[in-house]
Every structure is written in C-alpha cells, then in structure tokens.
Design a protein around this ligand. Structure first.
Ligand SMILES: [Fe+2]
Length: 172
C-alpha cells in the first residue's frame, strides 16, 4: 500500500490552525472545570509547539523572501499570545478571568490565522510565491513537532520566551 504523502509546510501549519480552532470551539461549549482545564491545557500545548516551529523553522526560511514588516508583526503577535498562554497555564477555571483569557487568546489566533492564510497577501501565499521548499520545511517541522510534543507531554509546557518584548519578560 502506498504510504500517505507527507504534508508540506503549509499543509502542516494549516492543520495546526484547524486543530486549535476546533479545541477553542470545544472549550467554549465545555461545561465543568475539569473538562475546561484539560482543553485549555491542550490548547496551550498545541499553540506552544506551533509558535515554536514557526519561529524556529518557517519564519527564518521566510526571511528575505517576504516583507520584513509582515514577519515582524508575526513575531510580535506570537509574543502577545505567549503572555496569555502563560497566564492560562498558571491559572485555572475558577479564576475570574480564565474564560476571558481563553476567549481573547482565540481571537488573537483567529487574527494570526487570517494573516497567514489570506489569499495572495497572506504569509503562506507570499512564501509559496517566493519559491520556498515547502516539502523540506514540512519535513523539518514535522520532526521538530514530534520531538516537542513528546517533551512537553513528559515534562509540561514551558513558558515560552518573548524575545520581541523589550520591557516584559516571561519564560526563558
Ligand atoms: Fe500559524
């Protein structure tokens, strides 16, 4: 039987987007603190892995191939999301602002998805038009993703550093 073709970089990142959208919808419909906490933790894990593989592999590959402004905004938006992710990780469903934080994070991610997936003007379309090797990038990100998911499941999701923020420091 032929093996399933591996997703290229854009297919892999889009699949991540669909997965977290689904988790956010499930969180919104969830009743009960245990269920909410489990879903929020899964969201934080998925997003921490997603932002890391984008920052370590995909965005550096886009450097010089797409406008610097677009990439700089993506890095800053990631760092904004990381602050909320660390708040959600450290808190719990009985916190007054817990649901609000998850909701605001979902809105930030909705914006992130739009900026990356928009036709023609989106980061993915521009990276594709610039001729990046999406198969090779997809392979590298799939490997990195597998490694990170195993690591985070074993020892918890680390607080991600926010290198574009010069006056707010979280993570390492
Ligand atoms: Fe993304």
């Amino acid at each position: 039987m032929p093996s399933k073709p591996k997703p290229d970089a854009i297919a892999l990142l889009k699949a991540d987007h669909r997965k977290v959208e689904d988790l956010f919808a499930k969180f919104e419909a969830a009743k009960g603190e245990g269920k909410k906490k489990a879903l929020a933790e899964q969201i934080c894990l998925e997003l921490t892995v997603h932002t890391k593989i984008e920052e370590d592999v995909f965005y550096p590959a886009c450097d010089g191939a797409v406008e610097e402004d677009l990439l700089n905004e993506a890095y800053v938006e990631h760092d904004g999301a990381k602050v909320l992710i660390s708040e959600i990780e450290a808190g719990g469903p009985d916190d007054k602002f817990y649901d609000a934080k998850v909701k605001v994070l979902s809105e930030m991610i909705k914006h992130h998805v739009k900026e990356e997936e928009a036709r023609v003007e989106g980061l993915f379309a521009k990276a594709r038009a610039a001729g990046l090797d999406m198969d090779a990038l997809g392979d590298r990100m799939a490997d990195e993703k597998k490694r990170l998911v195993a690591e985070y499941k074993a020892s918890g999701v680390p607080t991600a550093a926010t290198p574009t923020f010069q006056h707010t420091h979280i993570g390492v």
